[in-house]
Design a protein around this ligand. Sequence first.
Ligand SMILES: [Mg+2]
Length: 199
Amino acid sequence: MVTAAARPLWAPLLADELLRRIARLRLVVTDVDGVLTDGGIYFSESGEALKRFSVRDGMGVERLRAQGIETAFLTRESSAIVKRRAEKLGIRHCYLGVADKKAFLPELLAQAGVGDDEIAYIGDDVNDEEIMTVVAERGLVGAPLDAIPSVLRRAHHCCALPGGCGAFRDFAEWILGLRSQDTATEVRQPSTVLKKEVR
Ligand SMILES: [Mg+2]
């Protein structure tokens, strides 16, 4: 059931347009805290922070790469843990300490060598709203199940799983599933409801 707060800002993409965007996709940009993690940060006595990642999301990165789609990290935080996670997954485009994601997007695209119609973005919080609005014009945008309502409203795909618990994998599988479709008539419309089958 779609609540008023989660009602999409725009109509779902028509199947033909959705397929076109999926077919030309070359880069998935993901926020980190709240998407790849549950948003929690663990502190030890020495103050060292720990974050928890899902190996299933890591598999999503690999499965996208196998189809020629790279993943980029884009986060406001400057975290050595995130940098290490990116290295572990072989991610070449890891942008830390980016306060204004929308303003940074042109530089990100230039460094990655992709166009603004060749990207997808997944985020969960207010600092993702502006970049999501821009990416949604020509690309694809997603949000974890537990993203804030104003972000969910911007998403073409609302994940069935929350951040840190497979949301990125859900987004990746949605992309890969649509890529494997041969005809527009067989394509599912972007999910506009929060509840769907859990993979
Ligand atoms: Mg976040």
